[in-house]
Design a protein around this ligand. Structure first.
Ligand code: KIV
Ligand code: ZN
Length: 471
């Protein structure tokens, strides 16, 4: 039976970027937008065009370059904002104007200093104006969960009549409880005329750590769009984490029988890319993408894992793109292994670029024996920035990269391939020392998930993992 489709609306580049220390420049936003496209999100909220020239350029640039998903631009409920958003979205293949206006009494009284009647009129007028420009219009009553429910129903009904195609219900301050949030969605569905013709969306903040639970509760009550961010970044305690929403639906279809169009095997690379760009590391115990999410420390757990990974893992690392085995990247490594590791770190290269990365990698590996992720990332950044010509300056590089001897994770399929080829003196070196996964020649055994059974991991917390995960 077909499962209902839930639209994944990624707001990493807008709400996510609003979190302290997470601002990104236009190039960085563009790079992340391409990764979100690879990940398969349905909507990318690319920015708030009236907020700054940089935001405008980012929305404009992403609109021109990323053609598959819907590109949304945020606007307050006034003509100037809506016009500016529409201007930035001109080149988009699938543009969306996202209009918002606070509706709670607390915001009306202290922030906006307008009456409910004025609020209703302003929301209706702004949506009508947006609709005159763009067929796809989303409206968000900011602080919806602290808004008088009867008034919220009135506003939602008015914006639907004015042409909104998506109605988003933000828990702006992360105040709601899951049952309560689900009930609010249910009430709107029961009370608002025309709501069955539009998409209801969730937008939950994490101030009480309930953003994902609230979003899922909303979906269970009929919401069909979830607004979320990579690594859960966002204002204050953040937004609902995209990777957690997607994997909850995938791991528990018995409870959440909904389909998201996200390619989950790109989740880890997306998380790493964001951490690298913002330099905000992923917390170690972060669900799905934290460095401990697939690490097993206790002897009893390790024993269980070796007998059958189902004892302690509810999803395979591979299903979210986490490499679970390690490959030493040294001077004998091949282009294939290097390209794969670059990809795992969120960088895909054209052949010529890869040649340059490889050339510099070999020079470096000759000097420092084993190349860590942090080294590789620096090297990649140099190549991307066009500093390749400095690559032959041995003294500066030896200063930049201290000697080290480490192993790097690699997906099981690649380890198996590398292991098989190692017997035929393939350049890839599969680590076999203490603390490193043993590569098994031949096909890797599969578990109930259809993935590979992890090889023994004696030391899951080597220093190198800090480099690997914490970039
Ligand atoms: O949290 C919020 O209310 C928002 C709106 C602008 C959608 O981010
Ligand atoms: Zn928000």
């Amino acid at each position: 039976m077909d499962r209902p489709r839930v639209t994944i609306f990624d707001t990493t580049l807008r709400d996510g970027e609003q979190s302290p220390g997470c601002s990104m420049n236009v190039q960085e936003k563009l790079r992340l937008a391409h990764q979100l496209d690879r990940l398969g999100v349905d909507v990318i909220e690319a920015g708030f065009p009236i907020a700054s020239d940089g935001d405008f350029e980012a929305v404009q640039g992403i609109s021109a370059a990323v053609r598959r998903p819907i590109i949304a631009g945020l606007a307050r409920a006034c003509t100037g904002d809506v016009d500016r958003a529409w201007q930035a979205l001109q080149g988009a293949a699938h543009p969306r104007i996202h209009v918002f206006l606070a509706t709670s009494d607390i915001h009306l009284k202290y922030k906006l200093r307008i009456t409910r009647e004025q609020c209703l009129e302003q929301a209706r007028d702004a949506v009508r104006h947006a609709k005159s420009l763009c067929a796809d219009v989303e409206f968000s009553p900011e602080d919806a969960t602290r808004t008088d429910v009867a008034f919220l129903c009135q506003v939602v009904g008015a914006v639907i009549a004015a042409g909104a195609t998506t109605v988003n219900i933000p828990d702006t301050v992360g105040y709601s409880m899951p049952e309560e949030y689900g009930q609010l969605i249910r009430t709107l569905r029961e009370k608002v005329a025309g709501i069955d013709k539009v998409t209801i969306s969730t937008h939950c903040h994490n101030d009480l750590g309930l953003a994902v639970a609230n979003s899922l509760a909303g979906v269970q009550q009929g919401a069909r769009q979830v607004e979320c961010t990579i690594n859960g970044i966002g204002e204050r305690a953040g937004n609902a984490a995209l990777e957690e929403i997607v994997m909850a639906m995938r791991v528990r279809p018995d409870r959440y029988a909904y389909e998201a169009g996200v390619a989950s095997e790109h989740l880890f690379a997306s998380s790493q890319m964001l951490a690298e760009i913002t330099r905000v590391p992923v917390q170690p115990n972060k669900a799905i993408t934290g460095r401990n999410a697939f690490a097993h420390e206790a002897g009893i757990h390790q024993d269980g894992m070796l007998k059958n990974p189902l004892t302690y893992e509810i999803m395979t690392p591979q299903s979210v793109g986490v490499p679970d085995s390690r490959l030493v990247l040294g001077k004998h490594s091949g282009r294939h292994a290097l390209a794969l590791r670059c990809e795992q770190l969120g960088h895909q290269f054209e052949r010529r670029e890869l040649d340059e990365v490889y050339r510099r990698f070999v020079v470096l590996a000759d000097r420092i024996k084993k190349v860590q992720d942090s080294h590789l990332l620096e090297l990649i950044q140099d190549v991307v920035k066009g500093n390749a010509s400095n690559s032959d300056a041995p003294s500066s590089e030896s200063k930049k990269f201290p000697p080290a001897a480490v192993a790097l994770p690699l997906p099981r399929s690649a380890v198996a391939a590398a292991g098989a080829n190692a017997n035929e003196s393939h350049p890839a070196q599969v680590s076999a020392g203490a603390g490193q996964a043993q590569a098994q020649p031949g096909p890797a055994p599969t578990n109930w998930f259809g993935g590979g059974v992890p090889a023994p991991i004696a030391d899951h917390h080597g220093d190198q993992e800090d480099y690997l995960w914490g970039v």
